[in-house]
Design a protein around this ligand. Sequence first.
Ligand code: RIB
Length: 299
Amino acid sequence: MKVLNYGSLNLDLVYHMEHFIRPGETFGATRLDKFPGGKGLNQSIALARAGARVYHAGNVGPDGEVLVETLRNAGVDTNLIRRVEEVTGHAVIQVDSRGDNSIILYAGANAQVTSDQIDRVLEEFARGDYLILQNEINLVGEIMDKAFDKGMIIVLNPSPMNEEIRKLPLEKVSIFLLNEIEGEELTGKREPDNILDELLARYPRARVVLTLGGKGSVYGDGEERIQQNIYKVEAVDTTAAGDTFTGYFISTLIRTGSCREALDMAARASALAVSRQGAAPSIPALEEVRAAAGGIQEM
Ligand code: RIB
């Protein structure tokens, strides 16, 4: 079975700041790092590092070859990435002294997906293959419709959350992975259980994974709920922690069929990602996640 991730590729410019910049303020950064990133690229790398056979589809501009190379080096198939004239997508990221981030996104080439491209990409996939999507490219709804018609299993991480998400054919999603804030915006509910109840009432076929920051995560479907704690580490940079969680959850679920094991591996891997700088470079390899088992302390 193949895994297609149709998603963004970004160049991340990471400014280390004592605090996030305020309106009207001019304030110096203590450091600038440049990393490969984008929710799509990060999730493809996490999927591959966790052992899945991943194909990444998306667009880069003339300045984006470094991103294609990063994916290739991680073992991701990059033959479905198209080169366009538009500048590559990028993110301007502030990381503060607590490791929290705030992100400005410029879609660039990520917004150049076309119907023809979708048709060509999906020709390579069949019933039962997985499709992973986030919300940093255009035509997400069309990709979902066409993939659903083929019988692909659709996984949606509705991030970043905006009005476009509500317009998507969400009833075609098999697995949602989202955080508490996204869950609240989507359902209007506040408590994790209420968010899960509401999502499962609306989409009874779906499985839902809700991440709760320091409170861990919770999985729900029509039959069961599973609670997962976080593994505690010193936070250096939270960028891509959610993407690492998504990639490890899906990859482990495909490999083992166990939601419980998938949640645990995702929690371990995202803890390691939080303890390291950057987006893609912070995503651990499977051996590191297994080896860290005794070294990261469950809350
Ligand atoms: O989820 C983290 C990612 O969000 C960053 O790599 C940045 O590119 C933005 O897309």
